[in-house]
Write a protein that binds this ligand. Structure first.
Ligand SMILES: NC(=O)c1ccc[n+]([C@@H]2O[C@H](COP(=O)([O-])OP(=O)(O)OC[C@H]3O[C@@H](n4cnc5c(N)ncnc54)[C@H](O)[C@@H]3O)[C@@H](O)[C@H]2O)c1
Length: 367
């Protein structure tokens, strides 16, 4: 029996597991538990209509298990739409490991995780996400072939983050073209929040183009390192979202566009790498639209990484990876125009195109 939930609180209180799965239309969720290595992981498989569910593994010290499940579900759903809109024959999946990547991750834990991935016989294919490295994927590869993002020396396509940053850079330029009439980012005031693997590579592109880049991160060491390398300014204030800026680039975790931040935002454009930037896709997407802030949908512009890891499965080359990633520019322009013409949010415009591709494939499959 399906139920209609109207609020997240209802789901949490009444049906925290299957309520969430049906709410987001997931196919399968796998809970992985191993006492010896301390592994506690959740693999979310959202949709496999277009192909195997490919998506990275995130290791994070979640406040509670519900947050971890919610993250796995939101992230895996995002992967379905990311691959669909990018034209890849992949479904959407994602895994989370509960714990501190700096102190609790071990090769034994990664091997055990590999066993769980292997047990799904290729329905889910993993890669790296926050808290994971290419070396971790190499360890998983010792156990299962259902892993991407492995080292180039081991036959993989290497760290996907620089390509992700290149895609974000292209999406940002497209949003600038749409909003300002020019895609030149020179002298634009850009705040990059989160300067990890993707954020740093994005800062490099932006500073090369002469943008005025301010960086924020919870890791002081990283801030100083990135400042010294690229000449970016470290943000020392207490309320980044309220600062005057042309472009806000969220590159840390998701949901930074929420009830607390949205009314303060002064940026003209939001374009970043983080997954699930809008805490509430409909509500916050609409508020941005009303405020005239151009939002380049996250799952569209951060697809460079999945394009890169897909090459490991399909065997295409570097030139094709770059061509597909540069195409993010054209798709972003199309989405922004579609949203304007149909008076819908940019997020909905992107979602509609992705969903149409999935529906068409499903119809073909059903004959
Ligand atoms: N790596 C990829 O190829 C890829 C692809 C698509 C999407 N993404 C998304 O992009 C984002 C960044 O990924 P990454 O691989 O660079 O991760 P990362 O772990 O290398 O970097 C994340 C950075 O964010 C910082 N951070 C965390 N919380 C913060 C906060 N509250 N304020 C400021 N900084 C904070 C961390 O200190 C770290 O430096 C993630 O949301 C990820 O899901 C990454």
């Amino acid at each position: 029996m399906s139920k209609d939930y109207t609020t997240l609180e209802q789901i949490i209180n009444q049906d925290p597991v299957f309520g969430q799965l049906s709410f987001n239309d997931h196919e399968q969720v796998v809970f992985c538990n191993d006492k010896d290595t301390g592994l506690k992981a959740i693999i979310g498989i959202h949709n496999t209509v277009l192909g195997p569910a490919l998506g990275g593994t995130r290791m994070w010290n979640y406040g509670n298990e519900w947050s971890a499940l919610n993250d796995a579900l939101r992230l895996s759903r995002g992967m379905t739409y990311k691959s669909a809109i990018t034209g890849l024959n992949l479904g959407g999946g994602k895994a989370v490991i509960i714990g501190d990547a700096k102190t609790q991750k071990t090769p034994e834990m990664m091997r055990k995780f590999g066993e769980f991935v292997h047990s799904l016989s290729g329905k889910y294919i993993t890669a790296e996400d926050v808290g994971m490295t290419t070396e971790d994927m190499d360890t998983v590869r010792e156990i299962t072939p259902y892993v991407t993002g492995i080292s180039e020396s081991k036959g993989g396509a290497g760290n996907p983050s620089p390509i992700t940053a290149y895609g974000v850079f292209n999406g940002m330029k497209a949003a600038a073209k749409y909003k300002f009439g020019s895609d030149v980012l020179e002298d634009k005031v850009i705040f990059v929040e989160g300067i990890g693997n993707v954020g740093e590579a994005l800062v490099e592109y932006l500073t090369q183009e002469g943008a005025k880049v301010t960086i924020a991160d919870i890791n002081r060491e990283r801030l100083e390192e990135v400042r010294d390398k690229y000449g970016a300014t470290i943000y020392e204030g207490a309320d980044l979202h309220a600062e005057p800026m042309d472009i806000y680039a969220p590159c840390a975790l998701g949901a930074t566009i929420n009830d607390n931040t949205i009314t303060k935002l002064q940026a003209s454009i939001i374009a970043g790498a983080a997954n699930n930037q809008l805490a509430d896709e409909n509500k916050h997407g609409m508020l941005l639209q009303q405020r005239g802030i151009v939002y380049a949908p996250d799952f569209l512009i951060n697809a460079g990484g999945i394009i890169n890891v897909y090459a490991e499965l399909e065997g295409y080359d570097r030139a094709e990876i770059m061509r597909k990633t540069e195409n993010i520019y054209t798709t972003t322009i199309e989405i922004l125009n579609k949203a304007e013409q149909n008076r819908i949010t940019t997020h909905s415009a992107a979602l509609q195109i992705a969903q149409a591709r999935i529906d068409a494939r499903r119809a073909e499959q059903q004959g």
